[in-house]
Design a protein around this ligand. Structure first.
Ligand SMILES: C[S@@+](CC[C@H](N)C(=O)[O-])C[C@H]1O[C@@H](n2cnc3c(N)ncnc32)[C@H](O)[C@@H]1O
Length: 192
């Protein structure tokens, strides 16, 4: 639960400063909204966001015709999300779902939070002391290892996209299982 505690501590900062939430939406400094629109695309039915945090992407998912629901470990982050989508406190490793029961799944800026904590790949080293990862830490994974994780999970990557101009900030992937679609984005190493 170390991850949950770290995010509990920064939940208000994440909501108001990092993502700059206002009554009308989020500032979206990383261009995540456009990547979600491009890769997830229009559809119907439930879209589960794993590690939904403060629910920053719920309105975007809804605008695509989908019904957002979210799970996250951090009660602090979910405290902000609750006003934006139905949520439950759950671990990505033990989702309260039947296999194959969802048409779409989204995970945004979460892969560096996944297991690996304290296994030698985890660090709070960062190029800035104004960002997220200098506060909660990150698990650094080589790109092949990240891409193999999709294959090992039985997902077939279909599309890739990035944002951030000459120095990309975000790598995003759409992958498909026999049961549906999953889309995810992650921040690029060095720009946290
Ligand atoms: C960087 S935030 C991203 C939040 C949101 N997806 C966004 O784009 O704003 C990462 C989130 O993943 C959650 N998280 C980390 N490990 C998790 C796990 N094992 N299961 C569920 N949520 C997890 C954290 O609590 C945090 O809210």
């Amino acid at each position: 639960m170390a991850t949950a505690a770290a995010y509990d501590e920064i939940a208000d900062w994440y909501e108001h400063e990092f993502l700059g939430a206002t009554d009308t939406g989020h500032a979206d400094p990383l261009g995540l909204g456009d990547l979600i629109t491009e890769l997830l695309g229009e559809g119907t039915g439930t879209c589960l966001e794993i590690g939904c945090g403060t629910g920053a992407h719920a309105a975007r998912v809804r605008a695509l015709g989908r019904t957002p629901v979210g799970v996250d470990l951090s009660a602090g982050m979910l405290g902000h999300a609750r006003a934006r989508l139905p949520v439950a406190r759950a671990d990505a490793e033990r989702l309260p779902l039947r296999d194959g029961s969802l048409p779409a799944v989204l995970a945004v800026m979460t892969h560096t939070d996944m297991p690996g904590y304290l296994d030698g790949h985890w660090t709070t080293d960062s190029w800035t002391d104004q960002g997220l990862r200098d506060k909660v830490g990150a698990t650094h994974r080589p790109l092949p290892e990240l891409l193999h994780a999709f294959l090992d999970a039985g997902l077939t990557p279909e599309r890739f996209a990035e944002s951030g101009g000459a120095t990309p900030l975000v790598l995003a992937t759409r992958a498909r299982s026999a049961a549906g679609t999953a889309a995810g984005t992650g921040t690029a190493p060095g720009r946290r």
